[in-house]
Ligand binder design. Structure first.
Ligand code: NDP
Length: 433
């Protein structure tokens, strides 16, 4: 706490992992001797920089940029960039820390990192977004590379922003280094299924959780928070598997649509028009919009938070349990507060943590890196099949590890321990560096 003052989200993420590692420390004194725990909570490198840009009125604006290169024991740093006014070092460090274990769980050769800026893309013109992204990349370009650090998207960073950043990187380096960023468009080095991967992967994971309980999505009422990249494709996959998503949200409020969210309309409102969720209800007969309030008061069988950190608190968890919810899977990073997680687990809800559930995005980014390295491009079906296999593998690894360490059914312990052990073994092998 003293070494990282004021970084509450980072403290929360570290405590959540350390809480699970008791049985590991007992079993592996060699990790303790090598001081792995002290080393793993300290980022290898943190970069903070000024991002100057000029808005449409001709005024010079200044934002702050970050890249935290947390751990490269397993491979090049890998993790997204977030553009949101709430971004500060504590958010980037929590996300970078989580990313180490998430990337480890995929079984692929990627280390952990994260970056972003306190820039707010909302209400900005395309030209302003481009000037900001070019300025951001002008500094970031000296710190990244296909063998060093490979950023991707996150909140506020999608195909448009990645395009502007890749364009600037290409111009600065005079090289078409496709492997330097992932989440690229299909015409300039991107992979099929990357856009859908986090949402699809989330639902593939939860499908495994349901199968382990002898159930499936068929006939289930599902609530998905958010209406961004992760939420949209989670909703699509739930519907493909026979469930019905009856509510989704953005930061202004939530919509309830008992007939099931109309995906084409949601995509038009959010992806094409970049509008607010209230517009969905205005255009959809039978749907209603509620400003503010908590989406978790809507009764459901399965809850999938896909918006942002700490969006599901203790009162929300109590409401979910009271309304009969039996499965909660985190599509977002750390959306459930620790108090809420305790309520869910003690009520017997199957609770699956983000670092396992939403790992499909980064896993498919690693598949994009593979395709870039071999100058190949796979079909949608093949890539989706790989994603599905990877998510099943992550689920089974978490379940088996939880069992092995005496915590059967505890996905949090399983994910933390399995993710940690692989990184710790690599750190031991590489010596004190
Ligand atoms: P987007 O920017 O595409 O969408 C974010 C959604 O969450 C929007 O609907 C947004 O509403 C809502 N939201 C953001 N902040 C808040 C808030 N403070 N309160 C309520 N709603 C909010 O981001 P993504 O879908 O990419 O990311 C969502 C989550 O998933 C994040 O936690 C991210 O770290 C995580 N994640 C994303 C991956 C990816 O591949 N994209 C991979 C793994 C995890 P509004 O538009 O009103 O702000």
């Amino acid at each position: 706490l003293q070494r990282n003052p004021g970084e509450s989200e980072f403290h929360q993420a570290v405590f959540e992992v350390l809480e699970s590692l008791g049985p590991v420390v007992t079993k592996r004194p060699d990790y303790v001797d090598a001081n792995i725990l002290r080393r793993i909570v300290e980022p290898e490198r943190q970069i903070i920089f000024r991002v100057p840009w000029i808005d449409d009125a001709g005024t010079v604006q200044i934002n702050r940029g970050f890249r935290v290169q947390f751990n490269s024991a397993l491979g090049p740093y890998k993790g997204g960039l977030r553009f949101h006014p709430s971004v500060y070092l504590g958010i980037i460090k929590f996300l970078g820390f989580e990313q180490i274990f998430k990337n480890s769980l995929t079984g692929l050769p990627i280390g952990g990192g994260k970056g972003g800026s306190d820039f707010d893309p909302k209400g900005k013109s395309d030209a302003e977004i481009m000037r900001f992204c070019q300025s951001f990349m002008t500094e970031l370009s000296s710190h990244i590379g296909q063998y060093t650090d490979v950023p991707a998207g996150d909140i506020g960073v999608g195909g448009r922003e990645l395009g502007f950043m890749f364009g600037q990187y290409k111009r600065l380096t005079n090289a078409y280094e496709s492997g330097v960023l992932t989440g690229k468009g299909l015409t300039w080095g991107g992979s099929q299924v990357r856009k859908e991967a986090t949402g699809y992967g989330t639902i593939y994971f939860l499908d495994e959780v349901l199968h382990a309980r002898g159930e499936g999505f068929e006939g289930k009422r599902v609530v998905v928070s958010g209406s961004g990249n992760v939420a949209i494709y989670a909703i699509e996959k739930v519907h493909q598997l026979g469930g019905t998503v009856i509510a989704c949200s953005d930061s202004s409020g939530y919509v309830v649509d008992e007939a099931g969210i109309d995906l084409a309309l949601l995509q038009d409102v959010k992806e094409v028009r970049r509008g607010r969720i209230a517009e969905y209800a205005e255009r959809r007969p039978g749907a209603s919009f509620r400003e503010g309030g908590s989406i978790w008061s809507v009764p459901c069988d399965i809850a999938v938070p896909c918006a942002t950190q700490n969006e599901l608190d203790e009162d929300d968890a109590v409401a979910l349990v009271r309304n009969g919810c039996t499965v909660v899977g985190e599509g977002a990073n750390m959306p459930t507060t620790q108090a809420a997680a305790r309520v869910l687990v003690s009520a017997g809800v199957a609770f699956a943590p983000g670092k396992a559930v939403n790992a499909g995005g980064v896993a498919t980014s690693a598949l994009e890196m593979q395709q870039n390295a071999s100058r190949d491009s796979w079909t949608f079906e093949h890539t989706d099949e790989r994603l599905h296999e990877i998510m099943k593998g992550i689920h089974d690894r978490c379940a088996e590890t939880a069992e092995e360490y005496g915590r059967p059914g505890d996905y949090v312990a399983g994910a933390n321990i399995a993710g940690f052990n692989r990184v710790a073994d690599a750190m031991l092998a590489l010596g004190v560096i």
